[in-house]
Write a protein that binds this ligand. Sequence first.
Ligand code: MOS
Length: 721
Amino acid sequence: MTIGNPINRIDGKLKVTGSARYAADFAVGTPLYAELVTSTIGLGRVTGVDDSAARRVPGVREVYSHANPLPVDAADFFGMGGRAQQSWQPFAEPDVRFNGEIVGLVVADTLIAAREAARSMRLDYETQEPAAVFGAEGLEPEELPDRGLSAGDIEAAMQAATQSVDETYRTSANTHNAMELFATTAQWSGDELTVYVPSQWVEGFAAGIAEELGIDRSRVRVVSPYVGGGFGGKGSLFTWTSIIAAAARDLGRPVKLYVTREQGFTTASYRAETEQDFRLGAGEGGRFTGFEHTGREISSRADTYVVNGSENTSRMYHADAVRTGVTCVHADRQTPGFMRAPPETPYFFALESGVDELAWKLGMDPVELRRVNDIDREPVNGVPYTSRSLMECYDAAADRFGWSDYEQRVGSRTDGDWLVGWGCATATYPTLMAPCSVRLHLDATGTARVWVASHDVGTGAYTVLAQATAQALGIPVENVSIELGDSRLPPGTIAGGSISTASNVSVIEIAARQIHDKLGTTAETMNPEEAFANYGQRAIEEYAEWIPPAASRKQARTLYNGKVAIVGGPEEDYTAFAFGAEFAEVRVHKYTREVRVPRLIGAFAAGRIMNEKTARSQYLGGMIWGLGHALLEKTEVDPRNGKIVNANIAEYLVPVNADVQELEAILIPETDEKVNPAGVKGIGEIGIVGTAAAIANAVYHATGIRVRHTPIHVEDLLPQA
Ligand code: MOS
């Protein structure tokens, strides 16, 4: 068995020796260097551009701004089925829509000259006061009634409850801050364009760049074989990418852009802050009666983007009646976007905090409350789960954690000056899939090559696809090489929504079957030399497509159009989710109110696991990020001017080794033959879901203080008067 083996990453050596080439590493002759100029006001317009000092910097080739724009259109916004991170192009107009927006570009012979010139740009502004954060005057709420769900009579169900919670929860804005900075290199050869850009979606980027430059899609190649962390932040086409390509065309030279860490905060996407109203009632024995969850989410003025996580929170437990809703709150901010478990991370903080609050009110063990409300059909459409191992996860994690010693009493555990608390929460992620193709080559030496325009964003995709290929063909994994991250390869999936493994493994198995059909072999009996001798050829190359059954004919056609058609999760006739349970121990210092997390234990069930080592890394990484979401991460926006005041990784706090103490992920075996041919559920995002609630619940257990927002800071835990 190759699948499941915890083999090391096949690209590990390339990465640790510096031989793996990331987008910015590609050499392109003698490039020019670009530097972005960003706005220093939060709203208004540029009334004057003085680039004379910038142009005097030795080595400067050109200065672009709305006074000297580049011919670039905006591709359709991804939130409306397109590919672009936002619906407008920077400096096409003098308007400034948020603080840190791109308002100009300098191109020079050297990076240093470009940076110096960018700093020498003098812009005059007409400034207005932005409405950038919740509570500001001038926000525009847009209700999205078609995104809400309703089942049963919610008011009657709430009336029937003997206990209920009715609270508002808030989650903070977060910025991806992948280790690999954003970058773009554009090189023209005649009318053929090659773009090296960190990307979770080379197909979509290529199509979007073609759209923005008004050239044929076949003329654009996007290359991104390795990605140093994406987390969703590299999943939609950056506004600057086509601008760099247009500058390269204008100047007749390759152009290279490195986006600084600070600029990455304002020129790419982010996880928007939310406010959520949550109501949950319980009747006899804790069985839930009514479930109501509505969200408000910040977006830009122009773009309607919501993650609408109650699509999924409403599917978790029994409920007699369900009502959900979502409002997009338009503000003077950049357009937000995907960030690891985009809907679930914020919305499960509310759900899983709320369930815990109800457990305390009922005097019920929070694990038992979830058991009482465990289901095999989701309550909105009443359709069955393909598989659901939630309580197996709870039982395994609870056992490992020692939960049988839990006492539901504030302050029940102390250790010297430390108040100790325990909490738990559900983790989940819908099993999503998308149409995908592959080209698979096998030769008489038993060597296989796989080509697909999918991605390894650091998750281990190269490795697990090699394992899947080896097993499907019946050859050693060392004999498989994989090429990903190039839009010239057969169209793959976006590396988002945890869809890659399920989709790619499903299509690889089809291609392998085609090869076996021709050779008259099976994986079990494969002897390449003999088989090819009989076949009379040295090699076979097969192309295959996989269209998930739930995808419509129309969605299937998106495969060759650089669009994405994601299906799965809650569908009309089934519902597919991976599950987990996370347990946290916290220590809150009696006097300083500092919070530490000495233990985090999660158990996860996600169908067939391709590689126990890379899977565990995904879970652990997700839980660590959940700890950051709970206690550290927050993109701080100054309400006076919309400026992000901690746009660096010194002041934007993320967990470091010392913050993470005992950490464990338990893999619960699960077989799901219905979910997809590969039997695989995505695991890239589930780890972060629920962690923040588990920690907040533990903080309550320790202190009796219920914090209904993230991150939880020392000042939230000062003893209440
Ligand atoms: Mo993930 S946020 O879907 O890249």
